[in-house]
Ligand binder design. Sequence first.
Ligand code: TMP
Length: 209
Amino acid sequence: MNDTKRGKFIVFEGLDGSGKTTQMKLLAKFLESKGEPCYTTHEPTDSPFGALLKSCLTGRVDADERAIAALFASDRLDHILNGVNGIKKKLEEGVNVFCDRYYFSSFAYNGEFVPFEWVVELNRPAREILRPDLTVFIDLPSDESMKRVSRRGETERYETAEKQAKIRERFYSAFKRFPDEKVAIVTSEEDKKMTQAKIREEILPLFGL
Ligand code: TMP
């Protein structure tokens, strides 16, 4: 009989430049130091699905928005289910998985180009197979998001202030659309340590810490 405790699945969402990647890694490092095995991952993934998506996002490959939305959903299903380093496999091995973006990003970003409910349908299998134990939304005003993104250099197609504002609104609509999802909203502070402290308040109780 397999008595390994299933790992926790925690997702980080936010606008571009919200600091979710940094915050997620800080948290995983902290939990590792407390003896919790952690695996950090992201979407789009580094798989062939993800590589194709990245080419679509930068405009190197020209694809229809419906195809892109479906590709995000495919990348996600492969991310959950693949037998090498799939999220489900990791969780069953007792590893905690921290994922930078998941289906709420599809609702918020791809809902710009294709009907929202269509994106919901595309992501129904992922929601049925694997829901996060918690989604942490790192909130940031859209003008601040743009400031941070423009400091980074290369901008992708979503990266204008108006688009970021709409994406933020769609994140909130999606949280309302799925009241059964566990979501913690944390404001991104200038001081990374303060943001991290707020995130820990939300997450550590899940680990009995
Ligand atoms: P990143 O900047 O966090 O690496 O994400 C890449 C871009 O992909 C970002 O602009 C958001 C977008 N995206 C979608 O449009 N749909 C999705 O389902 C995901 C996961 C990301």
